[in-house]
Structures are given as C-alpha cells and as structure tokens.
Design a protein around this ligand. Sequence first.
Ligand SMILES: [Zn+2]
Length: 132
Amino acid sequence: MRGHNYRSLYMHELSIALRAVETIVEDLADHSGSVLSVQIRVGALSGVVPDSLRFAWDVACADTRLSGSVLEIEEVPVRIWCEACQCEHTLPDADFVFRCPRCAASVTEVMAGRELEILSVELTEHESPQAH
Ligand SMILES: [Zn+2]
C-alpha cells in the first residue's frame, strides 16, 4: 500500500486526537460554552507518545469548538500482578520486559498501562441569553 510510506508515530497520535475531538464534539452537542481543557488518560502500553499527542492536539482541534483547548495527559505506568509474589508491582518507566521487579518471574497479567480514554472535559460557564 502506497500510504504505508507516510505512516509515522505522529500520524498515529493525530488520528487518535481527531477521534477524541470528534467524540467530544458529539458528546457536547447539547451544551453551550467553549472547551477549556480535556483530560486524557494514556497508559504506557497504549502505544501513544504523550508529547506527540500534545503536538497533534492543536491540529486536531483547529476549526472545532475545541480550538484553543488545553490537553492534559494523565500518564499511567505499567502495573503487573506477580503470581509468585502474590503482589502487584509497578514497572519502571519504559521497561517493557515483563518480569517481576522483585522475584524476576515472568509476568503474564498486566493490571494497568493499556489505558487510552477521555477522563473529563472542562467547559466555560454556561452562557444563557436570558441571564440577568
Ligand atoms: Zn514476583
């Protein structure tokens, strides 16, 4: 496929940002006011690079009611469950070797780190034309 040549990490984040903006615009169809900020949770295993997502955000928001909104990213580290220790551990940043940090057993159960979800959207105060 010809398009594969143009695939990049940034394009990946841009498509995610565009989808998030589309979802939020649909969700806010019955609300007035403009969007101040959007909180998104990004797991370390989600395949999303937070800096790329921030960069993509402004592009994705252009010409929508989210234009000028701030993207706040909550990064979630990888948490695993170790059968041997019967204990939950957080893996160090960018350490995707799935071994227990305490006993080095292979880990098959990932408890957290795959998240990619919109947490909340902050709007400006509702402006009613009848308000006095
Ligand atoms: Zn262990």
